[in-house]
Design a protein around this ligand. Structure first.
Ligand SMILES: [Zn+2]
Ligand SMILES: [Zn+2]
Length: 278
């Protein structure tokens, strides 16, 4: 099992290398641009060259690129929808340019679920059609805050079934989001049942990544507050997740709170400890 963190690109992609080494990353996730803006800079060739060489040398793989937050392919607003499709095309292209492997996108929000899901399907089909490369797009489950879709495995399955090139689609399971959406990941039985349900509905082979976050909020709260591994309301459940047989070959990325490097190393130590306690 490979573990890693979300790493900042502040100061340039080249800075990712040392930050990843400091956190003992075997895999990692990053934003390729400001996640809270539409505008972006073209990639700097020299900077990207250094980054790619560094990733090869330390053998960090796979690399996941997280989409900006503003994107909403489920939106009924035509302009926002179009901007979101354009943005996804750009992200798929940038991901290929930095030799990364996956793009992660949150499933969007819409007050009308059926319309929203149809809009997601339409947008993804358009983007995959325009960005002709081998990058896999991963759909991330949501905590169901506001009008977010994709809080139930059946909705994710419905989207996948509508995608023409669905060999280019995978799923990210965020444990804090699933818990906030009502999946009982705090008990051994709940973890087993939830993962069996994922396998039955979506298929475990579609699962390309686990976002291993504990939750500061309670089960079914629909609120997204990531917390330190083992110290939130999922608590012991984190150990059951890490040791579950269906997840043994999946990469795990932590998006736990951090003030500094020590917080990350503390969470990583906890992961290793839970893994030994089978
Ligand atoms: Zn996540
Ligand atoms: Zn989250």
């Amino acid at each position: 099992m490979r573990t890693g963190f979300h790493i900042s690109i502040a100061g340039g992609f080249r800075n990712v290398i040392q930050r990843a080494i400091d956190r003992k990353c075997e895999t990692l996730q990053l934003f390729s641009r400001n996640p809270r803006a539409w505008k972006y800079r073209v990639l700097d060739k020299e900077d990207i060259g250094i980054f790619k060489k560094g990733m090869d040398q330390v053998q960090i793989s796979p690399i996941f690129v997280h989409m900006p937050y503003l994107v909403n392919l489920a939106s009924s607003d035509k302009d926002l929808f179009q901007r979101s499709v354009d943005s996804l095309v750009v992200e798929l292209q940038r991901t290929a340019l930095i030799n990364a492997h996956f793009v992660i996108m949150h499933i969007g929000s819409c007050s009308n679920e059926e319309k929203g899901l149809r809009s997601m399907i339409k947008g993804i089909n358009q983007a995959l059609q325009r960005a002709k490369n081998k990058i896999i797009l991963l759909l991330e489950n949501t905590p169901k805050s506001g009008h977010e879709l994709g809080y139930e495995f059946t909705q994710i399955k419905e989207i996948i079934d509508g995608i023409e090139q669905n060999q280019r689609i995978g799923v990210v399971l965020d444990t804090a989001h699933a818990f906030a959406a009502g999946y009982p990941l705090h008990t051994k039985h709940g973890v087993a049942r939830s993962l069996a349900e994922f396998d039955e509905i979506i298929g475990i082979d579609r699962l390309m990544l686990v976002h291993l976050n504990d939750s500061k909020t309670s089960i079914g709260s629909c609120r997204d507050r990531h917390w330190h591994v083992g110290k939130g309301n999922i608590g012991k459940g984190m150990g059951y997740i890490l040791n579950h047989c269906l997840l043994q070959d999946k990469p795990f990325i932590l998006e736990t709170p951090r003030k500094n490097l020590r917080d990350d190393l503390m969470n990583l130590r906890m992961v290793k400890k839970l893994l030994q306690r089978k």
